[in-house]
Design a protein around this ligand. Structure first.
Ligand code: LLP
Length: 432
């Protein structure tokens, strides 16, 4: 019935998550409220770790792409589950540090790392810099030299694989702001530059073809292209690169139309291709990193809202206004993303009312979902939007000076706050 295994319906007809009644959670913690199920997150982390054990002799490690949801508790969980972190900013590095995360397991991404961020990352002993461009390579080499340290680096490569997903989240093709192109020789020149430099050590190559991808084939193709490149580097430059980072992007279920494949199928297929290609070039089978973000937290999360006004416009549509919207979930406004909406107060009733869920911002485009079916909605009902664990809180804003919601973690019938609700004082705290 639901897109997500941790959801159920109890005897009161209320939606439950991780054994907690969502209507009670809404009362206890207030709305809007982000709710995450800890077991789903941990099980997904384990399935990725196990896929390396099962199909790749344990010769790899998942890194949690913390842009999907960066907070101290997620860093702690990633550490407990023996996975590393992908970070993209000083703020995400700081979050990892504050959570006591082992910094050698952190990969620092981004297409425009500032000098201050690079210094901060070196001081924090971040494990690897995924270098995006030649300017950054030089900057990093200079700063590392001034600090008397060597930076371990990877190169972000555009493998030229065009994954079928939303335009804004496709990144593997040549027209992308991220990384070095293979076709033009740009990537090969970057490798030649890096091996001349004294304060960087090229350990890894990286690619990421996009996000919310369901086919395994483009991942396999990208892996093969990357090994071809490693083979060329060995043959022409005599340099063996021993680590390969294949990025993230594994699709999740937002609605019943989505059909994700079990995540372990990925390593099953990719490992065969990587081993065969490595043998072809006579290079050691590389240590592999993958960077799942959305698939670790996405389906584990839901957002709860309280229904305010209902506006029926005859022959057009019925707007149901909720107490959040684009400030806590920008994804419909930005990408017209599909979501499943459930009337959590009447989860046992047939979803036969077609509504448009509107947010509370002064913005006509502030919609969470249009023309979606839910059980008949009344003012005061709790509405749940499913699969909001990824790229919701992390993309939230204070537009209209709306405080960001709290986030709670549920686990087998218990709940705890992991991110406090912002207050009005928080809203003005940097105003002078
Ligand atoms: N690695 C790199 C280098 C990435 O750029 C990304 C996502 C990931 C890993 C994680 O991808 P995931 O497994 O989460 O799909 N805001 C958009 C998604 C942007 C993704 C950016 N990069 C959304 O809400 O759909």
């Amino acid at each position: 019935m639901f897109v997500n295994d941790c959801l159920n319906v109890n005897g009161d007809g209320h939606l439950t998550i991780g054994g907690c009644d969502t209507v009670e959670l809404a009362k206890e913690y207030g709305t809007p409220l982000y709710v995450l199920d800890e077991n789903v997150i941990r099980e997904t982390c384990r399935s990725y770790v196990n896929s390396f054990k099962k199909f790749y002799d344990g010769n790899g490690m998942p890194l949690y792409a913390s842009k999907a949801l960066s907070c101290k508790e997620l860093c702690r969980i990633a550490n407990e589950e023996n996975i590393g972190l992908d970070v993209v900013s000083g703020g995400e590095i700081y979050t990892a540090l504050q959570a006591g995360f082992p910094m050698e397991k952190v990969h620092f991404h981004g297409n425009n790392k500032t000098a201050d961020e690079i210094k901060f990352a070196l001081e924090s002993k971040v494990g690897k810099f995924v270098v995006d461009n030649l300017y950054e390579l030089e900057l990093l080499n200079n700063i590392a030299g001034e600090m008397g340290v060597t930076a371990n680096i990877s190169f972000r490569i555009k493998p030229g694989v065009d994954a079928h997903t939303h335009n804004f989240i496709r990144t593997g093709q040549i027209d992308s702001k991220f990384g070095f192109a293979l076709e033009t020789g740009e990537a090969f020149n970057a490798v030649k530059e890096a091996i001349k430099l004294e304060n960087v050590c090229l350990k890894e190559l990286h690619c990421h073809i996009g996000s919310q991808i369901f086919d395994i084939e483009p991942f396999v193709t990208a892996a093969e292209i990357m090994i071809d490149f490693m083979g060329k580097i060995k043959n022409e430059l005599g340099v063996v690169i021993s680590e390969l980072n294949l990025g993230g992007g594994f699709g999740i279920m937002y609605t019943e139309k989505d059909e994700p494949v079990p995540y372990e199928n990925y390593m099953e297929k990719v490992s065969v291709a990587v081993k065969a290609k490595s043998a072809e070039y006579g290079i050691p089978v590389p240590f592999i990193y993958i960077e799942p973000g959305r698939s670790i937290v996405g389906e584990a999360g839901i957002t709860l809202y309280t229904v305010g006004g209902k506006k029926e416009i005859p022959n057009i549509r019925t707007y149901v206004s909720v107490d959040g919207g684009m400030t806590d979930n920008i994804r419909y406004a930005l990408y017209q993303s599909d979501y499943t909406v459930v009337n959590a107060s009447k989860a046992d009733k047939t979803p036969d009312e077609v509504i448009t869920v509107a947010g509370k911002c002064c913005e006509s485009g502030d919609l969470v979902q249009e023309h979606t079916k839910v059980a008949e909605v009344e003012v005061g009902d709790t509405l749940a939007v499913l699969s909001t664990g990824a790229y919701n809180y992390s993309m939230a804003s204070n537009y209209n000076r709306i405080p960001r919601p709290a986030m709670i973690m549920v686990n087998n019938g218990t709940s705890r706050v992991i991110i406090k609700r912002e207050s009005y004082e928080d809203i003005v705290k940097n105003d002078i």
